[in-house]
Write a protein that binds this ligand. Structure first.
Ligand code: GRG
Length: 299
């Protein structure tokens, strides 16, 4: 099975589980809130973060069935963040995953509430007995997800990003500042998804740190690849259709360090991601392929 097939097979499985979780813990079927949450959560997306939870856990012999709840919880947080990121007051996007964004398909207040409900759904799933038999492990997973998503993680990254875009603060962002905000906005959830697999698998602290290091470098590669795609798209169209960040007047890492340096940093991030997995040998092959996949970002 190729990596893309493996990712797609996992995505089908997670899609089914997400639908089950929404039916089990979500608002009444047929209600407007349920429909908006389903719109945000189901029918699209690579399901990359769930894949990372499942494959990281598999390194420690955890079967996919035992990792599905944790994987779904990460995807709920991701989908909430996309629904809110797309709002008129944030990125103001009309399309997501080839379909109207939640506020376009419904309205703004429904999109806000659907996002809120997806965020809390994530924690209900993670705290449920089926997420892990041991309540201590469940509490660790809840804490890991909260830290990644919250005011010292993804939300802070979004805050710094919007401060840069809408308030021009800082006036001259450094490459380090951009890396820091991207590490929080995109990287925190990706790195924690990898670490969550280790927690599910009762990994040693050394193994857990290795998965975290892998995930941090993977997140970095994911984001640099996205910036490069944006920049190379601009170059290819000679500025006729500027990438979203450029159009928003946002400085990207590529603006500050140039395409060649960004490519070099991307290669280095993939190399560090691979190196972190060396102790796991051949078994880490799906995760190594995931790093190369993220670095391509043609998807
Ligand atoms: C609103 C609190 C809050 C946070 C927003 C949405 C977000 C945090 C970050 C994503 C911003 C963004 C568009 C970054 C570019 C790369 C990226 C993370 C794309 C979306 O993730 P994918 O490619 O999407 O995994 P799918 O649809 O496959 O799930």
């Amino acid at each position: 099975m190729t990596f893309v097939q493996r990712l797609a097979t996992g995505a089908e499985r997670i899609e089914q589980h997400l639908a089950e979780m929404l039916a089990k813990y979500g608002p009444q079927k047929g209600s407007r809130l349920n429909a908006a949450m389903a719109h945000a959560l189901l029918g699209g997306g690579k399901r990359f973060r769930p894949f990372l939870v499942i494959e990281s856990a598999a390194l420690f012999g955890v079967p996919i069935e035992s990792a599905l709840d944790a994987a779904a919880a990460f995807e709920c947080v991701h989908c909430y963040s996309l629904a809110h990121d797309d709002l008129p007051s944030m990125d103001n996007d009309d399309l997501r995953r080839g379909r109207p964004t939640v506020h376009k398909a419904f309205d703004e207040w429904t999109a806000i509430l659907a996002g809120d409900a997806l965020l809390t759904l994530a924690f209900e799933i993670m705290a449920s007995e089926s997420a892990h038999a041991d309540p201590v492990v469940r509490a660790q997973m809840v804490a890991l997800l909260a830290k990644a998503a919250g005011g010292r993680g993804m939300v802070l990254g979004q805050m710094l990003d919007l401060e840069a875009e809408k308030r021009n603060e800082p006036a001259r962002p450094s490459a380090d500042h951009i890396r820091h905000l991207q590490g929080l906005k995109t990287g925190a959830l990706i790195a924690s998804a990898c670490e969550a697999g280790a927690v599910l698998g009762a990994a040693s602290s050394v193994q857990r740190d290795a998965l975290r290091t892998y995930g941090e470098n993977l997140g970095l590669a994911f984001q640099i690849a996205d910036d490069l795609l944006d920049a190379e798209g601009d170059a290819a169209t000679m500025g006729k259709a500027a990438g979203k960040d450029a159009a928003a007047g946002k400085a990207t890492l590529v603006d500050l360090i140039g395409i060649e340096n960004a490519r070099a940093q991307l290669a280095e991030a993939v190399r560090c991601a691979e190196a972190a997995l060396a102790p796991f040998g051949e078994r880490a092959s799906p995760l190594i392929q995931a790093a190369h996949f993220a670095a391509k970002r043609e998807h």
